[in-house]
Write a protein that binds this ligand. Structure first.
Ligand SMILES: Cc1ncc(C[n+]2csc(CCOP(=O)(O)OP(=O)(O)O)c2C)c(N)n1
Ligand SMILES: [Mg+2]
Length: 381
């Protein structure tokens, strides 16, 4: 267990964990009321892992996460209003309402997303770290992913390359005991996840992800090692998600008793109780912090409700990179650039205008003919 931080910091950690918890509870309610579409993955129970690790970073460091990343956006400083508006698919969301729950993004706060592909963020983290070194900075990238993702090909490929190229990445596997409905011991031959990078040249560390002090202490050490040595490490944070994998999860793979057992270690009351016992805060403060969190979440919902949906004619904005440096058949105009398409379809012999007009038309026809892949919460995400 780590040592207590200065009182202001300790209060901030408790405040942020409480905000994430209340925000996610409300997001779950809003999903049930159909205010939020697509999928919704909550990290309730994992707040100490999120806040303890992120607070080991400098503002100039990068954080990259998975589809379970509302808390990661909040801990990096994205306003709750913008996170809630993103969940609602509104234009004022942190990804302009185009990403939704799985694709939070906030470049200004160096939160690099939010990815729906399990393990998809690991190679991106290596790229960010390579860019940091290329620019000669001492920035570190913290890349979080799940226990299930540690079985992905990208895990081995990325850790190998990161070790070989000496990239400054802290890989943090958030071991919440399950990949969807499959328990760790049923999906991974090696359950001591901190050891999974050893053969790839990436040393391992472990923290108690239910304990913010331990998580923070271990991550401070990991970040410092990576910053100074410019070599990756792998940290396993042992935690538990109290809710289902996503909102559509009957949870037949675990018992209520098991969930209740882990809930006894709920990181928020545990830390609040410690701060009261140690005299850092008075006994009434956790309740005040909680009331403030609820008020902030109320404001976030009101903001999201008031924000408009993106305009239909902006559908093709920000889909493809346009410009003379990226030439290809896939270039299509955004609404601002329709007047002056930068593309010249030299390879196909087709004019830029013809290509650029054709693609949206084809999509529109396909949608009208019902050729889209359908919608709704079915599927396995
Ligand atoms: C490449 C890929 N395969 C499968 C899926 C479907 N899928 C979504 S989440 C998930 C489980 C991942 O578990 P874990 O890495 O432990 O993260 P957790 O959900 O527990 O945070 C799976 C298999 C996907 N999104 N991407
Ligand atoms: Mg998991």
């Amino acid at each position: 267990m780590g040592t207590l931080p200065a009182p202001d910091l300790a209060r901030e950690w408790l405040t942020t964990m409480t905000l994430i918890r209340r925000f996610e509870e409300r997001a779950g309610e809003m999903y049930a009321r159909a205010k939020i579409g697509g999928f919704l993955h909550l990290s309730i129970g994992e707040e100490a892992t999120i806040v303890g690790s992120a607070r080991a970073l400098r503002d100039s460091d990068y954080l990259i996460s998975t589809y379970r990343s509302h808390g990661h956006a909040l801990v990096r400083g994205t306003p709750p209003e913008k996170v809630m508006a993103e969940l609602f698919g509104r234009v004022d969301g942190c990804s302009g309402g185009r990403g939704g729950s799985m694709h939070m993004f906030d470049l200004a706060n160096r939160f690099m997303g939010g990815y729906g592909i399990v393990g998809g963020n690991l190679p991106i983290a290596a790229g960010i770290a390579l860019a940091s070194d290329y620019r000669g900075s001492d920035e570190v990238t913290l890349c979080t992913f799940g226990d299930g993702a540690s079985n992905q090909g990208t895990f081995g490929e990325t850790l190998n390359l990161a070790a070989l190229w000496k990239l400054p990445v802290v890989f943090m596997v958030t071991n919440n005991q399950f990949g969807m409905g499959t328990a760790l011991r049923r999906h991974s031959a090696v359950t001591d996840l901190q050891r999974k990078g050893e053969s790839l040249g990436v040393p391992g560390m472990r923290c108690d992800g239910m304990d913010i002090l331990d998580t923070h202490a271990v991550l401070v050490e990991a970040v410092q090692r990576v910053r100074e040595d410019r070599r990756p490490v792998l940290v396993e944070a042992v935690t538990y998600r109290f809710r289902g994998h996503s909102m559509a999860d009957p949870e037949q793979y675990r018992t209520k008793a098991e969930v209740a057992h882990w809930q006894e270690r709920d990181p928020i009351p545990a830390f609040a109780g410690l701060l009261v016992r140690e005299g850092v805060i008075d006994a009434a403060e956790p309740q005040r912090i909680d009331a403030e969190a609820l008020a902030r979440v109320d404001a976030a919902v009101a903001f999201a409700e008031d924000s408009p949906f993106p305009a239909p004619e902006s559908l093709y904005d920000d889909v493809y990179v346009l410009g003379p440096e990226v030439r290809g058949w896939y270039s299509m105009p955004t609404s601002e650039e329709t007047a002056n398409p930068p593309y010249a379809g030299a390879e196909t012999g087709q004019s830029a205008e013809a290509m650029n007009d054709e693609i949206p038309q084809r999509l529109t026809h396909a949608l009208a003919a019902g050729e889209d892949s359908g919608e709704g919460p079915a599927g396995d995400s």
